[in-house]
Design a protein around this ligand. Structure first.
Ligand code: GAR
Length: 205
């Protein structure tokens, strides 16, 4: 029988509002080519884990700490992904840079959401609030978010979707972060997850 849905794993580290956006989009039927099947966190106290459990999604904590090293962490991740038959990985606020070995193994099978318009304010050291601090420091008038494939270059993989968001007078990094999430991240991440899931399902990626 032909597969009707691919299986998606979401990697998280913190609040999990992007995970929530994926869950909500799946409930609304906007993600239909993929099923959110597993959430892996490298942080045992991530609120994202609660969001996943409350929605009946299997959760696991796999970290350098639990496994002893980054290599062992990635080995445990590969084992788990294989055992669970995962087809696509979505990094949704996952604050750990994956090795080239890992990203090559899952070529065009890992998506990441980044809170800026790549190639601005991206790469190593640009994560979470730091991205918005840098954007405000530079004085840009427009920022946004990007979903891209993950390769061995941090934030360097092919761009899938982007959405622009205005910077307003008096913005703090926190205010700007919230606007970028609401107006860009929570929209383009589910859209990209469906887009890529559909391609994989149809054998076009
Ligand atoms: C989001 O803004 C996401 O784009 C960013 O971290 C936040 C996680 O929030 N990711 C990065 O900076 C990756 N370089 P969330 O846990 O509420 O989704």
């Amino acid at each position: 029988m032909e597969k009707k849905q691919i299986k998606i794993a979401v990697f998280v580290s913190g609040g999990g509002t992007n995970l929530q956006a994926l869950i909500d989009a799946e409930k609304r039927g906007e993600i239909k080519s993929g099923k959110l099947s597993l959430v892996i966190s490298n942080n045992p106290s991530a609120d994202a884990l609660t969001r996943a459990s409350e929605n009946g999604i299997k959760t696991l904590v796999i970290s350098k700490k639990t496994e002893g090293s980054k290599e062992a962490m990635e080995e445990a991740m590969v084992r788990t992904l294989t055992e669970n038959g995962i087809d696509l990985i979505v990094l949704a606020g996952f604050m750990c840079i994956l090795s080239a070995d890992f990203t090559r193994r899952y070529d065009k099978r890992i998506l990441n959401i980044h809170p800026s318009l790549i190639p601005s304010f991206c790469g190593e050291g640009f994560y979470g609030l730091h991205v918005h601090e840098a954007a405000l420091q530079k004085g840009v008038k427009v920022t946004g978010a990007t979903v891209h494939y993950v390769n061995e270059v941090p934030d360097g993989g092919e761009i899938i979707l982007q959405k622009a968001v205005n910077v307003e007078e008096g913005d703090t990094p926190e205010i700007l972060q919230k606007r970028v999430m609401e107006q860009a991240e929570w929209i383009i991440l589910p859209a990209a997850a469906e887009l890529v899931s559909k391609k994989i399902l149809e054998g076009k990626a």
